[in-house]
Design a protein around this ligand. Structure first.
Ligand code: NOJ
Ligand code: CA
Length: 526
């Protein structure tokens, strides 16, 4: 099968602030990322996605962009960026940038002009509305970070809408000038050799043009995010968004071999519409089902089958265990099951994305209130919404700065007795498991492009097969702690989370939290 690099490859997400600091200011930078590319090559990944590196007041740590065509000085210079691209490409790695089209920073020159007067040239680039008759907000739309989604601009007497912080005003994607300017921003980076984009909150880019109130959410339980009080019927996943997405894709398609990944927190039936009616949308609409699901065999089996069945003809699947917005997998399900999750991620059909540190089993780090950085936590404290715990610096080695920084890190380190250097020397480590799994996957036609068959949940054991024309693999994962009997066709264990590798025929015992890949003997293949 002819595969594109983004189908064959593995994506690795770097959160630039937390990967590698080179100048001692405690914040990771582009030079640091360049220095660590060799590590990523030895891990075996193919593409690096960087969370935003553009000039930003950092109200939301770069997801508030003040210039789409620059580099924030905290991360370095454009020359550092060009050097990073060159180094990545020299090592055979692709580079993917984060693109944040839904909103800008309130310090972006477009918004400064837009808010200067009602007749400013950029006025209609954002979502401005008159107050309600009582002077209150135009409707009931909320911010995803808590509170109202509308902020009154005293100077011009109108409210502007922000899906996130007031410092992140939403752009008006119905305005052709916005579309043209953003297309040019994409071309700016594509011309510098960037291989693709992860598009922030892709499903939120267009809102109802009649600004209708969102309906109440009957399932809302107090204590969580106040945003969940309403169903975002008129503020997200609008039919018109697909035209915007297709427009972005057309820009990428002006260049050979680029990829568009969409951030999409949607149920499967809605998610798959983002491939576009003619596969003219995102090539990889992020599939976050594993990130959100309960960790048990029946639920995950159902997810695999529902997702596979929902994919449009020609639509390529993808899987994710973690990112900078959600608790880390090792904290969600524990260290032993995190190894099982790694096996799952890397043996399912479709492009896997690894969040930095996942490959060494990094855990969430509790951040004391006085050290909180994340605006989501600051706006609605104590509800478990804060994202600092999963954003702490990479643990490279056992030195005092963990090889991350010689200065004070912007977020404290985890207290875990783990680091990449120690694990590199230990054949039983998580890092060793990731390297083995990735190497296996790279050389396996069944894992790279074989179909998924026989998805079964039997108690705590999840199993499935991967079949190509030349190879048949059976994967067994014990999602519980108790050993279980399993039955397999005759074959050989070619990878195990516990490091065993014997030949099997018929019954065997899968240890608690053990997962294995069995290569079915050729004579037993269909
Ligand atoms: C999704 C990003 O992943 C998150 O970190 C950010 O806060 C919001 N979008 C707003 O841009
Ligand atoms: Ca730095």
């Amino acid at each position: 099968m002819e595969m594109a690099w983004w189908q064959r490859g593995i994506v690795y997400q770097v959160y630039p602030r937390s990967f590698q600091d080179t100048n001692g200011d405690g914040v990771g930078d582009l030079r640091g990322i360049a220095e660590r590319l060799d590590y990523l090559v030895s891990l075996g990944v193919d593409a690096v996605w960087l969370s935003p590196i553009y000039p930003s007041p950092m109200a939301d740590f770069g997801y508030d962009v003040a210039d789409y065509c620059g580099i924030d000085p905290i991360f370095g210079t454009m020359a550092d960026f060009d050097a990073l691209v060159a180094r990545a490409h020299g090592l055979g790695l692709k580079l993917i940038l984060d693109f944040v089209p839904n909103h800008t920073s309130d310090q972006h020159p477009w918004f400064l002009d837009s808010s200067a007067s009602r007749t400013s040239p950029h006025r209609d680039w954002y979502l401005w509305r008159d107050p309600a008759p009582d002077g209150g907000p135009p409707n009931n739309w909320l911010s995803n970070f808590g509170g109202l989604g509308w902020t009154l601009d005293e100077r011009t007497g109108q409210y502007y809408y922000h899906s996130f912080l007031p410092q992140q005003p939403d752009l008006n994607w119905r305005n052709p000038a916005v579309r043209a300017a953003m297309a040019d921003a994409l071309r700016f980076w594509l011309n510098r050799g960037v291989d693709g984009f992860r598009v922030d909150v892709m499903w939120m880019m267009i809102k109802d043009d009649q600004f209708r109130d969102n309906p109440p959410n009957p399932d809302y339980t107090p204590g969580g995010s106040s945003h969940d009080r309403l169903i975002p019927l008129y503020t997200a996943d609008r039919p018109e968004v697909h035209d915007v997405v297709a427009g972005l894709r057309r820009v990428l398609d002006e260049y050979p071999d680029r990829v568009m990944i969409g951030e999409l927190y949607l149920p499967i039936d809605r998610l798959v519409t983002y491939y576009g009616p003619n596969l003219d949308g995102a090539q990889l609409p992020f599939n976050f089902q594993l990130l959100l699901s309960a960790w048990n065999a029946a639920t995950i089996a159902a997810i695999i089958e529902t997702y596979e069945a929902a994919l449009p003809a020609g639509g390529w699947p993808n899987w994710v265990l973690g990112n900078h917005d959600r608790p880390r997998i090792a904290s969600r399900i524990g260290a032993a099951q995190a190894r099982v999750a790694a096996m799952l991620l890397l043996t399912l059909r479709g492009t896997p994305t690894i969040f930095y540190g996942e490959e060494i089993g990094m855990e969430d780090v509790p951040i004391p209130p006085a050290e909180v950085q994340d605006p989501a936590e600051k706006r609605e404290p104590g509800r478990g919404l804060g994202r600092d715990p999963e954003r702490t610096p990479m643990l490279w080695d056992g030195s005092s700065g963990h090889g991350f920084s010689t200065g004070t890190p912007w977020l404290r380190f985890g207290a875990q007795a783990t680091d990449a250097a120690r694990q590199a020397a230990d054949p039983t480590s998580m890092l060793a498991l990731y390297r083995e799994l990735i190497a296996l996957r790279r050389g396996s036609p069944a894992l790279l492009h074989g179909r998924v068959a026989h998805v079964v949940a039997d108690g705590d054991v999840l199993s499935y097969e991967r079949h190509s024309d030349t190879q048949r693999l059976a994967i067994f994962l014990n999602l519980g702690e108790t050993p279980r009997s399993i039955y397999t066709s005759a074959g050989k264990i070619i990878l195990s989370t516990q490091g065993r590798g014997e030949t099997l025929a018929g019954e065997t015992t899968l240890g608690g939290s053990e997962a294995i890949v069995v290569e079915i003997r050729a004579s037993d293949q269909p």
